[in-house]
Design a protein around this ligand. Structure first.
Ligand code: DX5
Ligand code: ZN
Length: 217
């Protein structure tokens, strides 16, 4: 089953609760919460106090994407604020295995993200600690960018490697430039959790776009 995760970055942040209920009504599965620290990426977005208010306003699955230089200290904050899944970057400066284990200690799903220019092999030593791998399909930092087609091969290799290693239920998430057209490519390659910001929030009909993204290939 294909899932969609709506990136709040493209929503009307002054009306967060309304935007999230619009997602739920449209059949979106998860809410994607992009945390940027101004160091790992240029911009600064929002942190765990904001996630806490989001948690209070919805029962939707909250998917937290940490684009921060060192996520070590952040796990407790986001777990306690109500995250359901926490993603850290393999390029961040921390003990990757220890932080993934820490996420699991809080009884949350754990995921590892990889930037477009990082070889997919970088995540392989950690697959046993991951519920999901996020293959970035744009350079992290900004919403509304164009999909990078070279990432397709990384998704294919990851799906093959995970299957061969017995991780048949590993979720593969993609994030960046996902719309009705690029969705087909990533699903064919083996991705099953599609993040979309612009395509969902700027759509005239969010439900129609969501249905299209979730269509099996
Ligand atoms: C980029 C973020 C993405 C972004 C996706 O750093 O991780 O989640 O919001 O936005 P779209 O779907 O507009 O490319
Ligand atoms: Zn993201």
């Amino acid at each position: 089953m294909i899932k969609t995760s709506a990136s709040l970055l493209a929503s009307n942040l002054a009306q967060l609760a309304l935007e999230i209920s619009r997602c739920k009504k449209s059949g979106v599965d998860w809410v994607h919460f992009d945390v940027m620290d101004g160091v790992f990426v240029d911009q600064i977005t929002y942190g765990s106090p904001v996630l806490k208010t989001v948690r209070a306003s919805t029962d939707m699955f909250l998917d937290v994407h940490l684009m921060v230089e060192d996520p070590t200290k952040q796990i407790a904050f986001f777990a306690e604020a109500g995250a359901d899944l926490i993603t850290i970057h393999v390029e961040s400066f921390c003990d990757i295995a220890a932080v993934l284990k820490d996420i699991k200690l809080y009884d949350k799903k754990a995921a590892l993200a990889v930037k477009p220019n990082t070889p997919i092999e970088a995540v392989y030593p950690y697959l046993h600690l991951c519920d999901m791998v996020l293959v970035m399909t744009v350079e992290p930092g900004y919403g509304g960018q164009a999909f990078i087609p070279e990432t397709i091969e990384k998704i294919k290799s990851l799906r093959k490697t995970a299957d061969n290693a017995g991780y048949k239920t590993l979720d593969i998430q993609v994030d960046g430039g996902i719309n009705e057209k690029t969705a087909e490519l990533v699903k064919k390659a083996g991705a099953n959790v599609l993040v979309a910001g612009t395509a969902l929030f700027k759509a005239e009909n969010m439900k129609a776009v969501c249905d299209e993204l979730k269509k099996p290939v």
